[in-house]
Design a protein around this ligand. Sequence first.
Ligand code: ADP
Length: 456
Amino acid sequence: MTIRTKIALQFSVIVAALLAVFSIGIYYLSENYRQQEFYNSLRDRAVTTARLLIKEPQIDKQLLKVIDKNTLSTLYPAQVLVFNDSNEVAYYNYEADTIYYSPELLNKIRSQRYIETTFGSNQVVGTMYSDTLNKSYAVLAQAEDVYGKEKLMNIREAMYTGYFSAIILTIILGFVFAGQSLKPISKINEEISHITASSLRKKLDTGNNTDEIAILAVNFNKMLSRLDSSFELQKSFVSNASHELRTPLAAVKSEIQVALQNERTPEEYKTILNSLLNDNQRLIKLTNSLLQLAKSEAQENAVNLRPIRIDEILFSVQDEILHLNPDYKIQIDFEDIPEDINWVTVNGKEALLKTLFTNLIDNACKYSKNQQADVKIKANNQNCLISVSDTGIGIDKEELEKVFEPFYRTKRATSYKGSGIGLSICKRIVDLHQGKLSIKSEVDVGSLFVVVLPHT
Ligand code: ADP
């Protein structure tokens, strides 16, 4: 069932239920009101008949019957019976045996003074009437409220017609309005069906920019932009990666070709092999970095994080870097001694955190003349902060954000060895640990990288 049909039907069911409750209520009240009004008029009729019979001596029973037939009964043919003290019929305007009464009913009238009841389709009123000698008469009047019932029947028919017409109208209007409200969704649907991987730049029409559907379109456009930029990133990543791999491979090929052109002395072969070894190492480093990046991408949903002491990771990274580059100087300090040792324990992946700090510390040493990195550890009750600073070449303001893109290398860094992948891996690792990586730098003064990781 389409949403349009669902909305129209739900709306109609609600209106139908409300109308039904409302109509039944009105009908019930009208019926009550009709009954009460008829009881009142029956009582008036009983009292009038008794008064004419008892209080007006010049009116005898025959005359009263004539008056009754010609005046009182023209409104509605009520049957009236008057009983004396000994429950004998003192007056009747119709044949007495056509009128419903019983000694119990008469006793009830005498004890309660006034009663209202029904007999078949007739309403019955019983009341007491006393003459001047204090003789009590029980008066019974009964009749069927034919006019009232007819009126009620008319009301009922009008209600049925109104009820069903209102429901049909509601269904039609429900369909029209639901269709109109959902039109923008159908439009969005149509537009989305034309968007493919190669047309992610297309944007949906956001209409009035205020209602829920417009917000949906706005969010969808944002998602398209994100998809587009990540597609672009993937594309440039692949072309950059193949370019980076092709350059050393081409160099290796031409070196081998040149070497094979002539006979060489063992010394020359040694030099060529050394150069080949260099290129080979560069290739290994690059493929390792690419592998690490792919691994960190794959670990997006990694759950097996475990508590790790950041200071221990940093000291182990320091050992590894100094082992490979004995000229580097790495200073690790606590800026403040943390109140709680748990403040320097984070939930993380040891191998990834080591890669993160190795890249940052290695860069700090690599890009500064004094080949020195200063590492400071700080912690507060929420996060553990690790800053890596140097007094090296620095980074231009315009390039600050770009250094986290894969393969991006600043203009000033081209004379240094590197592939431009390290920082993008760092960013990815920090994101995986729900942390933040920020950078401050000034050209020829130095750079400061700050990693903020939530601790356990
Ligand atoms: P690379 O292998 O080139 O060092 P990275 O991804 O680690 O790749 O860094 C990206 C670029 O950011 C570097 O090429 C360099 O231009 C710049 N960069 C990174 N760290 C520093 C630093 N400490 N000082 C100056 N520039 C830096």
